[in-house]
Design a protein around this ligand. Structure first.
Ligand code: PRP
Length: 285
């Protein structure tokens, strides 16, 4: 029987969250330590643990069908590959940076300058768009050291917390690209694999939707129910159940995580009491 082949980062910033996502969608992996390939026990899935920078090529060559990968790496190496869904973790940005003491203050000042980067295609794309011509030095790691050793006037690299820039006395000049982990897919899948992929994607979307939402339960006097219902968007309409205490009801609904505090304030102002807010594991719509 064929299986969906999924690449994930062998080690590095995406690895743990990728494994946690597989667990959250109910997939358990037979994971021998140091194994490069492992099968899922309860889903037609094979996981390949690969080096981040190699994953786009494996996807392009059809060695794997899908991958959990940073959008920054995909944009750099295989931007033609389709993204099935953005996963909301491992957020970072690809930025230009210069020494704190540099006279360079904008991207326009980079004309004729030397830029060290492990993202040459991304850097080129944005410089070209800005009409800037600079000479790029491709480096695979420790890019931030380049200006300090006189190799470059600027760098282009990923920034997450900003601490590497800070430690190397660099200042962020411009953000070229904002990135997060994505599920990328090979453009070519046979019908059987496409079916597995669609089940896999459905589970991921359900978990992501759950993470974006909260389940709210509250009590309210019956004469406040109309006003409270107007505040609660819910998937359809809130569930309303009578309480043992006469004249009171319990309302249940789902709200967006980002609107959470505003909605709670409004609910309180409209007579809601005993408000409980719970996380949602999965949201099947
Ligand atoms: C990346 C990048 C920076 C650092 C930025 O390296 O190359 O050095 O992270 O993160 P920060 O803003 O939180 O300091 P990573 O640790 O991913 O390893 P790499 O050198 O293999 O890219």
């Amino acid at each position: 029987m064929s299986k969906l082949k999924l690449a994930i980062q062998k080690s590095g910033r995406l690895h743990d969250d990728s494994m946690a996502l597989l667990k959250a969608i109910g997939i358990s992996i037979n994971n021998g330590k140091d194994q490069l390939k492992a099968s899922a026990r309860n889903f037609p899935l094979e996981v390949f643990y690969l080096r981040n920078s190699d994953i786009p090529q494996y996807l392009k060559d059809g060695v794997v069908d899908a991958a959990i990968i940073g959008e920054n790496v995909l944009f750099e190496k295989a931007r033609e590959l389709p993204i099935a869904v953005k996963l909301g973790f491992s957020k970072c940005r690809v930025s230009l940076a210069v020494p704190k003491s540099s006279t360079i203050t904008s991207i326009n000042d980079l004309d004729g300058k030397r830029i060290a980067t492990s993202y040459p295609n991304t850097t080129n794309t944005f410089l070209k768009k800005a009409g800037i011509s600079a000479s790029l030095h491709r480096i695979n790691g420790s890019v931030e050291i380049a200006p300090n050793i006189g190799l470059a006037d600027a760098i282009c690299d990923i920034v997450s917390s900003g601490s590497t820039l800070f430690k190397n006395n660099l200042r962020e000049l411009d953000v070229l690209f904002r990135s997060e982990a994505v599920l990328a897919r090979s453009p070519e899948m046979n019908e059987e694999i496409a079916g597995y992929f669609s089940r896999f994607l459905f589970r991921i979307k359900s978990v992501l939707k759950g993470r974006q939402s909260k389940y709210v339960l509250l009590n309210a006097p019956n004469d406040k129910i109309d006003a409270i219902c107007k505040i609660l968007p819910g998937m359809n309409s809130p569930t309303i159940l009578p309480l043992a205490k006469s004249g009171w009801s319990s309302l249940h609904s789902v709200i967006n995580k980002n609107e959470f505090w505003e909605i709670i304030d409004e609910l309180k102002a409209n007579g809601a009491e005993g408000i409980l807010v719970c996380p949602i594991e999965n949201m099947i719509t």
